[in-house]
Design a protein around this ligand. Structure first.
Ligand code: 13P
Length: 666
């Protein structure tokens, strides 16, 4: 009792640990995916640094589509994997994928930690910046959690959503992540975690002494995301023609200043030059400063001027800093008093004909205010609705089952409790006869509280029949032919089995299906012949490991029933005993949990009810088979839909078999 109590507590702790690990990894993935999808242009810059460090500069920078596409795909995949984990959707494949991803990520961060090619891995975009050491520690913890989840705790992980509705949740996440990323690429990031978020006081943050060269930004001390570790901003601009430093003048200006940011000219969108020209005219009329800041060289600047007719003053700035200011090329920044008042992508530049709409943006320090929160809110509403719909559906099904079984309760006790042994190809004739005698004596001395059956190889049948009391022990064969009689060398017909004194036969055992290629059609013939000869059939069904891991066990078992038994009449079905034997549990020492067995048995009974009616379902005995032992039989047999066991290895010793039979005693 005490051991049982301790075991119960251990299982509870393991379940809690599994839940905790799942939330830890799931939330990390979702957060990582969301921040990447919210700012794919920022992530693309980070990926560019990785590509540079790996010597793939030319390939990666061949087109902006590569970086933006990779960032979008990465964010979306990470977000979806996180949601799969949190929902407990397709547990086995999700956990395998998670482990694979964590192994790859940990390998990458070991390299980052050792070689330090870039300063920040970019796991959470710019929302949370971790040092390489912190990232490595985080990944080691997550890797350990995912390994533990996959190898030890997979079956302890509760499902939060069924497979059917899990698909909806994943599809919604896919659509939402892709739309978020495309929106952020076209306009500006829905969540701006960068250093130039609206409302930032550059003047206050920028502690600059631009006259000293040490302090001037250089490409070496800023990584590609545009932020340096020690100094949050590297705002530094000077005139392209004279080299005059305008940083302080620009930041100290108490009126509005427009800064058109153009990191480079090759991929810049020049389709907006008319709108920019209109804005410049407006600024000239109103005596508002308007500059273009670019990292292009003099040839690039000349080309841009040619292309767009630009005649606004041109400043030089660092490319990474310009990309950090506005995630667009070109982009537009509105400054006042050294504070970022507003910013626009080239795809939604302000309209010079409506100046009243341009200068009204209020400072906003919160990166997710506005579009970001709204979008996230919608996503959460959709996911919550999917989970609620799923829970409701399960509750209704549960209620229907509850009513169904309540109605059947009075009949419940009529169902036969059976423990059957399957000797398989073990024991010679003398050993078999001795075992049968020993068992007969034991059961004569201590009457069983259930029906007992032993199924032996053909050669034992007649001899064993002579040694056992048929009132105590039923006798069965392990197989019979699918032919009535005739020239079928080596086969044993159902009629021949019956003539030995046997009254049962096992059919459909997974070993016969797997090694002797017995198809549902062959089994159907065998079942018909066995019934025609007055034998009771112990019909085995069960899924292999891959099928369970793919959560297809219900479909598999249903197909096995349909394929061989569904042409029987309700009357004929009365001579059938079912045995659920998950193939992964047979002879492996790996028993299905009592809950797994009960879940399947209830499903099998419901399937029988659908086909043969409630009475047939309530009266059919469903045995569990697969590493059943005296130590676990009681727990499994205690489940309401488990009516006994079909025992392999443990049926070869009278004491073990008797131990299992005794599990039916109080
Ligand atoms: P084990 O009890 O040895 O796992 O075998 C189960 C079985 O196959 C019974 O038919």
């Amino acid at each position: 009792m005490r051991r049982l109590y301790q075991r119960h507590h251990l299982l509870k702790c393991l379940s809690a640990l599994a839940g905790l690990s799942r939330w830890l990894i799931g939330l990390t993935f979702v957060a990582g995916g969301m921040t990447k999808a919210a700012d794919p242009a920022g992530m693309a810059l980070k990926l560019g640094s990785y590509a540079d460090a790996l010597g793939l500069h030319a390939l990666f920078h061949a087109s902006p589509l590569i970086g933006n596409g990779a960032a979008t795909a990465l964010g979306t995949a990470e977000w979806m994997l996180g949601i799969s984990l949190l929902c407990g959707f397709k547990r086995a494949s999700t956990l395998r994928l998670t482990l694979g991803v964590m192994m790859a990520m940990t390998g990458l961060t070991v390299w980052l930690y050792v070689a330090s090619p870039i300063s920040d891995c970019g796991c959470f975009g710019e929302a949370i910046r971790l040092t390489n050491g912190q990232t490595l520690a985080k990944n080691i913890v997550l890797l350990a959690c995912s390994l533990f989840l996959l190898t030890r705790l997979r079956h302890r992980l509760q499902l939060s959503i069924t497979a059917e509705y899990g698909h909806f949740a994943l599809l919604s996440t896919l659509c939402f992540a892709v739309v978020t990323a495309l929106y952020s690429l076209h306009f500006l990031p829905v969540a701006d975690f960068g250093p130039y978020v609206k409302g930032t006081d550059i003047q206050a943050a920028f502690d600059s002494t631009p006259d000293t060269d040490d302090n001037r930004p250089s490409t070496g001390d800023a990584d590609a995301s545009g932020i340096t570790g020690a100094h949050p901003l590297n705002f530094y601009v000077y005139r392209a023609d004279t080299g005059e430093d305008l940083t302080f003048e620009l930041l100290a200006d108490t009126s509005y200043t427009f800064l058109l940011t153009l990191p480079e000219t090759q991929t810049a969108d020049d389709g907006t030059c008319d709108r920019i020209a209109d804005l410049y005219d407006l600024c000239t009329d109103r005596r508002i400063h308007f500059y273009m800041a670019t990292a292009a060289d003099s040839a690039g600047i000349a080309e841009w001027k040619d292309l767009t007719g630009a005649n606004y003053p041109i400043l030089c700035a660092e490319e990474t800093e310009l990309r950090a200011m506005v995630r667009s090329n070109p982009g537009l920044l509105l400054l006042k008093d050294g504070v970022v008042v507003n910013k626009w992508s080239c795809n939604n530049l302000p309209d010079a004909d409506r100046p009243a709409t341009i200068f009204i943006a209020a400072p906003d320090h919160r990166p997710l205010l506005g579009g970001g929160w709204k979008a996230l809110g919608w996503y959460l509403v959709i996911i919550t609705l999917i989970v609620i719909a799923d829970r409701l559906r399960i509750a209704i099904l549960f209620y229907q089952h509850h009513i169904y079984f309540k109605r059947l309760k009075p009949l419940h006790t009529m169902r036969k409790k059976i423990v059957a042994g399957n000797w398989k190809m073990n024991l010679n004739l003398q050993e078999g006869v001795a075992l049968a005698k020993e068992l007969n004596a034991a059961l004569t001395a201590d009457k069983p509280a259930c029906d007992v059956v032993i199924c032996t190889p053909f050669i034992h049948l007649a001899s064993v029949a002579a040694e056992i009391d048929p009132a105590l022990i039923g006798l069965g064969a392990e197989n019979c032919a699918d032919k009535v009689k005739g020239a079928y060398t080596g086969e044993v017909s159902a009629e021949q089995v019956k003539s030995t004194g046997a009254t049962y036969v096992i059919l459909g055992h997974s070993e016969r299906r797997a090694y002797y290629h017995e198809t549902p059609e062959i089994l159907k013939e065998k079942v018909n012949l066995a019934l025609a000869n007055g034998l009771k059939v112990i019909f085995c069904i069960g899924e292999v490991l891959e099928e369970r891991e793919a959560e297809k066990q219900n479909d598999v078992v249903k197909a096995q029933l349909e394929g061989s038994l569904f042409d029987l009449s309700a009357e004929e079905f009365k001579s059938i005993i079912l045995a659920y034997e998950p193939v992964w549990a047979i002879g492996t020492g790996k028993t299905a949990t009592a809950e797994q067995a009960e879940e399947m048995h209830a499903f099998i009974r419901a399937t029988i009810a659908d086909k043969f009616g409630a009475d047939a379902a309530e009266n059919v005995s469903i045995l569990y088979g697969g590493s059943c032992k005296p130590s676990n039989a009681k727990e499994i047999f205690a489940k309401p839909n488990v009516d006994g066991g079909l025992i392999g290895g443990a049926a070869l010793k009278a004491a073990d078999f008797k131990g299992i039979i005794d599990a039916w005693k109080d």
